[in-house]
Design a protein around this ligand. Structure first.
Ligand code: GH3
Ligand code: MG
Ligand code: MG
Length: 436
């Protein structure tokens, strides 16, 4: 991968002569990791297209309309896929665009607007990565006619899509344990209707691509299939280029959707976690506490929290430096996570203060967990053979989240003021002048 993030070499076929514009193109192409080949005759074009996968063809308008028209005819004859064809002009005008568009040119740019080409190459590269991902999607075809099954499989095969399974009986597909990305379903089938098969698939897989394929052209049938949740409906006989273009677009949408889900997950992770310790941050642990309190009250279950604070942390910073302090903090965070059960939630409440939410836990049970954490942390030894200690307060839910935090904080305060290195659970011995 180079600086631009392009992962594979892409090819551009330039049709024109080796002039200044060609040299400029070469620089832009190289920068974007595209390979530029020049062709000056129909023979050279046909040889290039047959020997190398091309991702873009650029014509120099200087060749003139007639020559370009002849060359495009030859390209259309050889080339099956929709290759972008760009015309490089001195000045582009609506009339020219209209004229060349009818010939099959898809994009235009002026020689002095190399930035346009830059953008185009970026888009082509992105599209290529989608094409690659598309070829990896799994496809199930269900059709009782062997001929259609083979036809669809062949079209996919020619287009480099090999992760394809075929089914002649609806039951075989419905009973298959595999969750496919794309389902191509014939409507008229033995035993079970295609519509029911589609309904069953949609029920199990909300985001899979489901396409109905049938010779039925009745509007009500098409509308019904789409209402069931099919993404599209194609009528037989299938036209290979249209079929492929539609399936590719649907597949690309699925890939984009998955990409967005991943991005959202990453963002949620970033927004809810503390960067240093990886624990939930102050805002998010409060949000979680409100939710847990609501649940505990609804189901009448106990809930406790532990508020913990590292003893004399300032001294650790002063003695070993802030960086080492950070290291201790993330170490303590890890011990906290390792010391609690799966359903417990751990957050960094402040600088060296932590909040642990314990669902389904009484205060007495909470103390056991707090003491376990305390013991595990105290096994962290510093260079001067000193250990790290925690003070804490364990409070049970009585009224609401606010009270819970207040009580735990108050008990922590009590632990600090009565010698540190301890877990407090009772307000009883607190002096009246000692307020939180
Ligand atoms: P106590 O036993 O009473 O809790 O004393 P303490 O020194 O632990 O508490 P104090 O509140 O006096 O000091 C907390 C220190 O924690 C001061 C602050 O610089 C440090 N601290 C807070 N956040 C971070 C951090 O992210 N990294 C590092 N290295 N230090 C931090
Ligand atoms: Mg402290
Ligand atoms: Mg503190």
């Amino acid at each position: 991968m180079n600086m631009n993030g392009f992962s594979n070499i892409r090819n551009i076929l330039f049709i024109g002569s080796e002039n200044d514009s060609f040299n400029e193109l070469k620089i832009v192409a190289k920068d974007k990791n595209f390979n530029l080949t020049i062709a000056t005759s129909i023979e050279m074009i046909s040889k290039s297209l047959k020997t190398e996968v091309q991702h873009l063809i650029i014509f120099d308008a200087l060749l003139g309309y007639e020559v370009i028209s002849e060359m495009l005819k030859e390209i259309h004859y050889i080339q099956m896929t929709n290759l972008p064809k760009v015309l490089m002009m001195n000045h582009e005008s609506f009339d020219d665009r209209y004229k060349y568009f009818n010939l099959g040119i898809t994009n235009f740019f002026e020689i002095h607007q190399m930035s346009y080409l830059d953008e185009l190459l970026y888009r082509i590269d992105k599209e290529e990565t989608y094409k690659k991902s598309f070829k990896e999607l799994s496809i199930a075809i269900l059709d009782d006619e062997k001929f259609h099954l083979k036809l669809i499989k062949d079209i996919l095969d020619v287009n480099g899509v090999y992760n394809v399974d075929t089914f002649s009986h609806p039951k075989d597909l419905l009973e298959s344990q595999i969750e496919y990305d794309i389902y191509l379903i014939d409507l008229i089938l033995p035993d079970i209707d295609g519509e029911i098969v589609m309904y069953e698939i949609r029920k199990k897989q909300e985001h899979a691509i489901v396409v109905g394929i049938s010779s039925i052209e009745e509007h009500t049938t098409i509308a019904k299939v789409l209402a069931i949740g099919a993404n599209d409906y194609l009528t037989k006989p299938l036209m290979a280029p249209v079929f492929m273009a539609k399936i590719y677009n649907l597949g690309k949408n699925l890939i984009l959707k998955r990409e967005n889900v991943m991005k959202t997950k990453v963002l949620q992770e970033l927004a809810s976690k503390d960067g240093l310790t990886g624990l939930f941050n102050h805002r998010y642990i409060q949000e979680l506490l409100s939710k847990m309190v609501m649940q505990a009250k609804r189901y009448n279950r106990p809930l406790s929290v532990i508020m913990l604070d590292i003893d004399d942390f300032k001294l650790i910073n002063d003695q070993y430096g802030h960086q080492f302090g950070d290291h201790v903090l993330s170490g303590v965070g890890k011990i906290l996570l390792d010391s609690v059960r799966e359903n417990d939630l751990v957050g960094r409440y402040g600088g060296e203060e932590f909040l642990v939410i314990l669902p389904d836990t009484t205060q007495q049970e909470g103390v056991i967990i707090a003491e376990r954490i305390q013991k595990n942390v105290s096994e962290l030894v510093l260079d001067n053979d000193e250990n790290i200690h925690l003070s804490g307060g364990v409070a049970p839910l009585i009224t609401d989240a606010k009270q819970l935090i207040y009580d735990a904080d108050c008990l922590l305060y009590k632990a600090k003021h009565s010698g540190k290195k301890k877990i407090e659970i009772s307000f009883e011995t607190m002096n009246t002048y000692e307020t939180c």
